[in-house]
Write a protein that binds this ligand. Structure first.
Ligand SMILES: Nc1ncnc2c1ncn2[C@@H]1O[C@H](COP(=O)(O)OP(=O)(O)OP(=O)(O)O)[C@@H](O)[C@H]1O
Ligand SMILES: [Mg+2]
Length: 283
């Protein structure tokens, strides 16, 4: 896929700049001050000698919904694990047992601070939460217990408010509070998994393939939930290979192929791009 929108690799800009944005959802219309919550610069991730992410440059501004689109093996999960820090846990484990060598290079800046090597629990405290592909739940615990487990790092008194928020965006979970998570459907478990990430009270929510395996109706409810999450002031970065339901709500997006950025643009540019339409929307 050639770059028909904008190729921004290697471009460095100031921390803040004044620029036009295309927030099409009523946020900061016109000239706004960009607040680069997340800045990924020249990121490389190797598994042994295999390059999974190659010189990636990505930005997420406060208040945005940003997509990282990519087909199978593009590097989406590696990217999400690198931002959430899960890859650090994997690396430490592999180093200890003398297994696979995982090498990270470049910068992952969150609110100005380089967190490339920061452990995941600290990143959760800083406000980054990941809802994983096939998110691990506690199947023997009920929905409410699963949600509560995710608050273990919180010290603030507002946990009940976050419960209310999660139940307000995922009403089907209300009736299922006392059901064992292992007995819930794939869609219900997906809501739970995003709910668990929200229970940590993140500033930045990372979603790895949230639409995978869901019915079209369930996909639409999930997209509505993502809009509500953003309305609550939470910034969202979502990795997907299924763009059709997602693209209408994204402010900006990136396309990753074989670990490299091949395209980036505003939501509208992506929606109108013929290559995206044929590759990710089946048009
Ligand atoms: N632990 C690992 N060891 C070796 N190679 C890995 C490891 N994890 C990922 N890879 C490789 O890195 C590349 C990117 O994988 P990744 O899982 O990030 O892609 P993805 O876009 O999430 O794919 P999918 O859509 O299938 O979830 C792939 O070539 C994969 O085989
Ligand atoms: Mg993946």
């Amino acid at each position: 896929m050639s770059s028909t929108i904008c190729r921004r690799q290697g471009v460095r800009r100031n921390e803040f700049e004044w620029g036009d944005t295309d927030h099409s959802h009523g946020h900061n219309p016109g000239k706004v001050r960009l607040d680069r919550m997340l800045e990924i610069k020249n990121l490389m991730v190797f598994f042994e000698n295999a390059l999974a992410l190659n010189d990636l440059n990505i930005e997420v501004h406060r208040g945005e919904i940003v997509s990282a689109l990519g087909s199978n093996s593009a590097g989406k999960t590696t990217l999400m694990n690198t931002i959430s820090g899960l890859i650090i846990d994997m690396k430490v484990k592999e180093d200890r047992r003398g297994g696979e060598r995982i090498t990270l290079m470049g910068e992952v800046r969150f609110e100005g601070e380089d967190i490339l090597l920061t452990k995941p629990s600290l990143r959760i405290r800083k406000g980054i939460a990941l809802s994983r592909e096939r998110h691990p739940i506690f199947p023997e615990s009920d929905i409410e217990e699963n949600l509560r487990i995710s608050t273990y790092l919180r010290r603030d008194p507002g946990i009940h408010k976050t419960f209310d928020f999660v139940y307000s965006i995922f009403p089907p979970l209300i009736k299922l509070k006392k059901r064992k998570a292992g007995f819930c459907s794939g869609g219900e478990q997906q809501m739970l998994s995003i709910g668990m990430a929200l229970m940590t009270k993140p500033k930045l929510l990372l979603l790895d393939e949230p639409l995978l395996g869901l019915s079209p109706a369930m996909q639409n409810s999930l997209i509505q939930a993502v809009k509500q999450i953003r309305q609550e002031g939470i910034t969202v970065l979502v990795a997907e290979q299924f763009a059709r339901p997602l693209l209408p709500i994204v402010d900006r997006g990136y396309v990753i192929e074989n670990g490299m950025l091949t395209l980036e643009g505003s939501g509208q540019e992506l929606r109108e791009n013929p290559e995206i339409r044929s590759t990710f929307m089946g048009v």
